[in-house]
Design a protein around this ligand. Structure first.
Ligand code: SPV
Ligand code: MG
Length: 589
């Protein structure tokens, strides 16, 4: 079965005349289809013109076949391929039929001129092939086709060559006899009279096809009334394109600004639509999976400054995540790191100065309660995401890629990145998210714990004394799908229970920190794994942190991708060290 050939046969069997228009590539074919034509004519003239060569068999069968195939792939309507004289003798015709039919072309059209032909409208001698020879080509074509539906249209150039109506009828009849499925009667007369006369004297049973290039005044209604079954507007596409392009280019050249032609050119969106960009994107989403596509990232960045620190001046018009660090915001730097690793579903919770958070390709979720609620409430604005793999990254930290990679590779449904270097510079006036672990960290500076094998027993800011604490929670957490679902369940439950009473360290759940929820999880038997790190991150909470970050980033140029490289190269060998603490209420994030 040949679907498109069948479609063409059905079209020709209907009462209404079939209308086809010429194309030379996928784009022009798509325009033909979009404007409602029934079929596309893969025009020899257009395809040659598109390569800026004469329509005189300068191109080879392969060139025409390639163009016709591209045209066919771009449309759902049938394609009729102009195959000139068949590019040689009957043997060439046999090969072309096999190739065109296999390419899904609905019909081929061959004309009774000598190879190499020239376009019918070129003045001068148009040499007709001997009738018997052309009859042989038609027989060869019909015998070569595989499916029953594939069509062979025989085109007689008898009128073009000046041989008159009698010869045209004689040839058309012979071609029908040889098996042609339709006859294209071509004329270069300035009026349709000659064509009308041919039709009136024609008694053949196959459909008649015309190409009214030289007699443009004829209407489709007239042609239909005379009995024509298929009209081909053979070369309008390329002629329209040439006229439009040369006019616009000339105007642009003269004006020296695109503004002069802006309204005369198609909007980019039109081109994207013709290219089916949205389908391409949808398919990309469906099939092109990257290693971490399953992860959604949540970055809470809604809090307003409350620390009475000199840094507050810089935060008058933006949240801390949008602080400029050496020409790039903190958030931009983190988003770039996330993308490097293949994390693209990035959700930022905005609140304070939400309008300042303007990053391409990042989903913003607004927390309307940002000035009253706390970080847990902010994070849970992305409640719907808590049934997939998640990364929660506090908005006031700057982290390196290797830390994320380690976190992503760690086993566990809930994994927190923790650091124990806090003890070295502990400032009791600061409130850190401290963690008491099941197992004590190994003593000494150099430790090796590639997996998150340790677990949290307690976590919080206020109720854990520094001497009890083993680690500081960095503000980076990984939740598996199971972990995120479980935490949401616990959160929903606690929303009911702790609406108006203390929830761990918070006066109620609305004002709770993420660590309060984690503590609740631990208390309910949820394993909270700890991934120990000793460098690769820092937080920006006060003026000192900010200055330190700027200094480190200034030294770190050019940016180095891996810690190994960084160590070898010098400046980044100093890790992005811990240097501050989080606000008591977590409101910076
Ligand atoms: C073509 O489009 O290549 C044709 C039709 O053969 S015409 O140029 O009008 O002769
Ligand atoms: Mg042609």
């Amino acid at each position: 079965m040949h679907q498109k050939a069948q479609m063409l046969r059905r079209l020709l069997a209907r009462a209404e005349i079939v209308q086809a228009a010429g194309a030379h590539n996928g784009l022009s074919a798509r325009l033909v289809e979009q404007t409602g034509f029934d079929a596309v004519w893969a025009s020899g003239l257009e395809i040659s013109a598109a390569q800026a060569v004469p329509d005189a068999n300068i191109l080879t069968m392969k060139d025409y076949l390639e163009a016709a195939s591209i045209i066919n792939e771009a449309v759902n309507i049938p394609v009729i391929a102009d195959c000139d004289t068949g590019y040689g003798n009957a043997n060439n015709v046999i090969r072309l039929v096999k190739k065109y039919e296999a390419a899904g072309i609905a019909a081929i059209c061959i004309e009774d001129k000598c190879f190499p032909k020239v376009n019918s409208y070129i003045p001068g001698r148009q040499e007709l092939a001997p009738l018997a020879e052309f009859v042989g080509k038609i027989r060869a074509a019909k015998d070569a086709q595989v499916s029953e539906d594939f069509m062979v249209i025989a085109r007689t150039e008898a009128l073009i060559a000046g041989w008159g109506l009698e010869e045209a009828w004689r040839r058309a009849e012979a071609y029908v006899e040889a098996g042609a499925d339709a006859i294209l009667i071509h004329s270069k007369a300035k009026t349709p009279d000659e064509i009308k006369a041919f039709i009136q004297g024609w008694s053949g049973s196959v459909p008649l096809v015309v190409v009214p290039t030289s007699y443009p005044q004829v209407t489709v209604q007239q042609l239909q009334a005379w009995g024509v079954r298929l009209v081909i507007y053979a070369n309008v596409g390329v002629r329209a394109a040439v006229q439009a392009m040369s006019r616009v280019l000339a105007r642009l050249r003269q004006a020296g600004s695109l503004l002069a032609v802006e309204t005369d050119i198609a909007p980019l969106q039109t081109i994207f639509d013709l290219q089916e960009m949205s389908r391409f994107q949808a398919e990309g989403k469906k099939y092109l999976r990257q290693a971490h596509d399953n992860y959604a990232v949540i970055i809470p960045a809604a809090g307003q400054p409350q620390s009475n620190d000199p840094l507050d001046d810089l935060l008058a018009d933006r949240p801390v995540a949008m602080l400029e660090l050496q020409g790039k915001s903190l958030l931009q730097r983190n988003v770039e790191t996330l993308r490097q690793i293949g994390l693209h579903q990035i959700n930022v919770i905005t609140g304070y100065r939400a309008e300042a958070v303007n990053l391409d390709g990042v989903n913003k979720i607004f927390n309307p309660d940002f000035s009253r609620g706390h970080i847990l409430h902010s994070i849970m604005q992305a409640r719907e995401l808590f049934d997939q793999d998640l990364l929660i990254l506090y908005g006031d930290i700057l982290f390196e890629a290797f830390l994320l990679q380690k976190l992503l590779a760690a086993q566990g449904d809930i994994v927190l990145v923790v650091d124990n270097s806090f003890a070295q510079g502990y400032n009791p006036s600061k409130n850190l998210d401290l963690v008491v672990a099941k197992e004590k960290p190994q003593p000494g500076k150099r430790r090796f714990r590639p997996q998150a094998s340790n677990q949290a027993v307690r976590i919080g800011q206020k109720t854990i004394a520094s001497h009890e604490a083993d680690y500081e929670f960095v503000g980076m957490a990984k939740l598996s799908r199971t972990g995120s679902k479980r935490l949401r369940e616990i959160y929903d439950d606690c929303q009911r229970l702790f609406r108006e009473q203390p929830f761990h360290e918070a006066p109620n759940i609305f004002q709770a920190s993420f660590t309060d929820l984690l503590q609740e999880g631990i208390d309910r038997g949820l394993p909270v794994q700890l991934l120990e790190v000793n460098s690769g991150w820092m937080e920006i909470q006060n003026w000192q942190d900010y200055q330190r970050a700027c200094q480190l980033l200034a030294q770190a140029r050019p940016r180095l991708a891996t810690p190994a490289l960084a160590t070898a190269a010098g400046p980044m060998a100093q890790p992005l060290a811990w240097s501050g603490s989080r606000c008591q209420d977590g409101s910076m994030v």
